[in-house]
Design a protein around this ligand. Structure first.
Ligand code: 8YV
Length: 315
């Protein structure tokens, strides 16, 4: 039975399972369905106690300012870059993420992108479909096994990528603020040192404000010309214009990307390049991971309304 006094605001569409379960238990307001969201918030804003949003979308200040009673922001994802955490803290709004459950799926896609780029899987697929195999040969690809992988950001996802890479007999290097004494991989004291030594540079760092455009022309210049860049983190970490130049000028060999600066807009210049593999922000988009994410979000909303400790609270 729905509880009229317990209202949840959905900022963006979520998986059907979560929408169904939330709607069965609470009053659910869908901001994304409204023609005039300002008018809608003025009408229902003071009833909302919990916000559910996606990692890539977050929730704006302007929306939070229309929600005087909100006490929870439950993020369907692990990225917190689109939520102003200090502001949430100042208003005593708890924030939860879907910690733990998307690590494996995201790491799987990182390896998939790395392999797809180096072994030119998308090119090969087009080559066969377009009938070009009948009268030409595909250029040789790049070997993955035994190469050096440099991981920027050695959190849970970075470590899951490293474990997979070790199955490919890769030499593992990483850069993070501090070396992790529990890890038997080579720590590089700077991003530049990592970039210089890596055949594959994989971005698994957070999309925080200080990491904005961390991967820029200076980094591309020190990367080996045969190196590939892989990004499963956030588009904001890469200076996309500089990346396009580096790819066009062959300063680096290629890029395999799941995330972009201005999603879902992908620059035409990137799409025009053969040494690029593109995915539409799908690292966590498997049925299994999304089901687990749905369970985690629901558990946190349920705990909040039942005044129990929030299982995945970050602030
Ligand atoms: C999701 C994400 O694609 O976890 C994150 O921060 O960006 C992704 O897992 C997104 O939150 C769901 O739409």
């Amino acid at each position: 039975m729905t509880n009229d006094s317990q209202a949840v605001l959905l900022i963006a569409p979520v998986v059907d399972d979560l929408l169904t379960r939330l709607s069965a238990a609470y009053t659910v307001y869908r901001l994304y369905d409204q023609q005039d969201s300002d008018d809608f918030l003025q009408r229902v804003g003071d009833r909302v106690q919990a916000v559910v949003t996606r990692g890539d979308i977050g929730v704006t200040h302007a929306v939070l300012d229309e929600l005087p009673r909100v006490g929870l922001i439950a993020i369907f994802g692990v990225g917190t870059d689109a939520v102003d955490l200090p502001y949430a803290r100042s208003r005593d709004i708890a924030v939860t993420i879907t910690s733990g459950v998307l690590t494996q799926g995201v790491a799987d896609l990182a390896m998939g992108l790395l392999l797809a780029g180096a072994r030119q899987l998308c090119l090969g697929d087009r080559f066969v479909r377009e009938g070009r195999w009948l009268n030409s040969t595909l250029p040789l690809a790049t070997q993955v096994s035994g190469k050096r992988i440099g991981i920027l950001g050695m959190g849970n996802i970075g470590q899951a990528i490293a474990r997979r890479a070790s199955g490919f007999d890769m030499q593992i290097l990483y850069h993070d603020r501090n070396p992790n004494p529990q890890l038997d991989y080579q720590w590089c004291s700077s991003l530049h040192a990592l970039a210089r030594e890596s055949d594959f540079l994989v971005i698994a760092a957070s999309g925080s404000a200080e990491n904005r455009r961390l991967i820029n022309a200076n980094v591309f210049e020190v990367m080996p010309a045969h190196a590939w860049l892989i990004n499963i983190a956030r588009g904001s970490l890469i200076d996309e214009a500089a990346l396009i130049q580096a790819l066009q000028n062959k300063t680096i060999a290629g890029a395999a990307l799941d995330v972009y600066e201005d999603e879902p807009n992908v620059p035409a210049a990137l799409m025009a390049l053969d040494n690029v593999v593109l995915q539409p922000h799908v690292a966590s988009a498997t049925r299994e991971t999304r089901q687990n994410m749905s369970n985690v979000v629901f558990a946190n909303v349920e705990a909040y309304f039942s005044r129990r400790p929030l299982p995945n609270q970050i602030i």
